[in-house]
Design a protein around this ligand. Structure first.
Ligand code: SAH
Ligand code: TYD
Ligand code: ZN
Length: 410
């Protein structure tokens, strides 16, 4: 079924029903220099769910070449916990799936080689597929073999022709970025051995909704997977969801394992998680509509609070300039009249502007040198670490404004 009046599902062609509209938005990580601010590229950031297969997805999208290029800012090896997690993944694959005579593993979106570095060091045949050349170079310096391209059916065919079939295809925080996901899944059919698996770890719709993490919605995140929608998607392409497990990455993700239909026995966790989603009505239109209403309420409450503080002559500074900050400031219309600047520890972001909202990004010293009355915490996923580091701010009488899962002062 294809809906010609509105948006159709990228996987099954069904009708996609919108449930949240975050307005005109730039690319979330496209931090600009002041003289570039007028040229910002905007698109409508809205999300809907497929009425047929339950897949939650962006309605409009930004071309992939605008998002992944020679200056991609996210470096996967940036934190110790990520390095440890992906080294663990690599060791797990080496112990389990890669024990045959001449095993071969492919990673879609290998970034700076955080996972494949360990595979390369073990001398196992591998290939990373990575279109962002700046991070691909870093991976290569770790001895990782990289194909600098976007993965799709065509690249899968080329990889198979040159290297033979893959025992494992892996992707982390990448598959949800790929709008042409049908081409990826057809590519797997070409690339995997008969008993091969596709393992991918992605942000979970259930976590997004429970935490009201609406600012995790931005141009790079095209899909917001659930176990139900992944099960349905796999079926469309002759694959089967054989395992699914919660993992504590990025605040709560799921690791999915797909195999060719009938090739492996699904683990009991799959049926259990499907039943959990059914019981809580995760994909129900009412659940999603309620999320949309609660997002609007956060905007109202946050603007009311900021305007009230301004009227009382209180100062507010933004803390952290993550991609999330772009979504929330542009959605709420927070400009320099309400938040004159934000501080962020990333040198590459400093002296730039938060895209669209044009809030200047300054070094953390501007915060510590003259504490404001309130700090609006955009990097809320790092709340514990930041609040512990900034104890002196609170001691000075300062207070934190946090806007998820609802607006509150801490
Ligand atoms: N796997 C790492 C990096 C995730 S960032 C981690 O989990 O931390 C997403 C990466 O996917 C980026 O490096 C981006 O360049 C890459 N990417 C985006 N689209 C892709 C595609 N179609 N094929 C392969 N890689 C892609
Ligand atoms: P993060 O939430 O990790 O990523 P994303 O952009 O994908 O949402 O970004 C956190 C931002 O906060 C990052 O730009 C660094 C900044 N930050 C600080 O300025 N100080 C801190 O103490 C921490 C932990 C982060
Ligand atoms: Zn669909």
């Amino acid at each position: 079924m294809t809906d010609i009046s509105g948006y159709s599902c990228r996987v099954c062609g069904g009708k996609v029903a919108e449930f949240v509209d975050l307005g005109q938005q730039p690319t979330a990580n496209g931090f600009l220099l002041p003289h570039e601010a007028d040229d910002v590229f905007l698109f409508r950031l809205a999300v809907g769910a497929c009425e047929d297969c339950a897949l939650v997805q962006l309605l409009d999208e930004v071309p992939q070449e605008f998002r992944y290029h020679a200056n991609y800012r996210y470096h996967a090896s940036g934190s110790a916990s990520h390095r440890k997690h992906f080294q663990g993944n690599a060791e797990h694959f080496l112990r389990t799936e890669l024990t045959g005579p001449d095993p071969f593993i492919v990673e879609i979106g290998c970034n700076d080689g955080v996972m494949l570095g360990t595979i390369a060091a073990a001398g196992v045949r591998h290939l990373g597929v990575e279109p962002s050349t700046n991070v691909a170079e870093i991976a290569e310096a770790k001895g990782v073999r990289v194909l600098r391209q976007f993965f799709d059916e065509q690249t899968a065919t080329a990889i198979r022709a040159e290297h033979g079939p893959a025992d494992v295809v892996f992707g982390a925080n990448t598959i949800c970025h790929i709008a042409h996901i049908g081409s990826v899944l057809r590519g797997l059919d070409t690339l995997l051995t008969p008993n091969g698996i596709f393992v991918f770890e992605e942000p979970y719709l259930g976590t997004l909704i429970d935490g009201m993490a609406f600012d995790q919605i931005y141009d790079e995140h095209v899909f917001y997977f659930s176990v139900t929608s992944v099960r349905n998607m796999a079926e469309q392409y002759g694959l089967e969801l054989v395992d699914a497990e919660h993992i504590p990455m990025h605040g709560g993700e799921i690791r999915y394992t797909l195999a060719r239909a009938g090739a492996r026995t699904p683990k009991p966790a799959v049926a259990q998680l499907l039943a959990d989603e059914q019981a809580r009505g995760l994909s129900d239109p009412e659940t999603l509509a309620q999320f949309g209403h609660r997002v609007e309420k956060i905007r109202e409450d946050l603007l009311a609070l900021l305007n009230d503080l301004k009227a009382k002559g209180k100062t507010v500074v933004g803390y952290g300039a993550p991609a999330k900050c772009t979504t929330v400031t542009n959605y709420c219309g927070i400009g320099t009249d309400l938040v004159p600047f934000v501080v962020d520890s990333t040198p590459a972001k400093q002296d730039h502007l938060v895209p669209g909202a044009n809030l200047p990004v300054r070094p953390p010293s501007e915060f510590t040198d003259a504490y404001p009355d309130y700090a609006l915490l955009f990097a809320w996923n790092h709340a514990k670490e930041i609040m512990a580091n900034e104890e002196a701010f609170r001691a000075s009488g300062g207070q934190w404004i946090v806007y998820v899962p609802e607006v509150h002062i801490r």
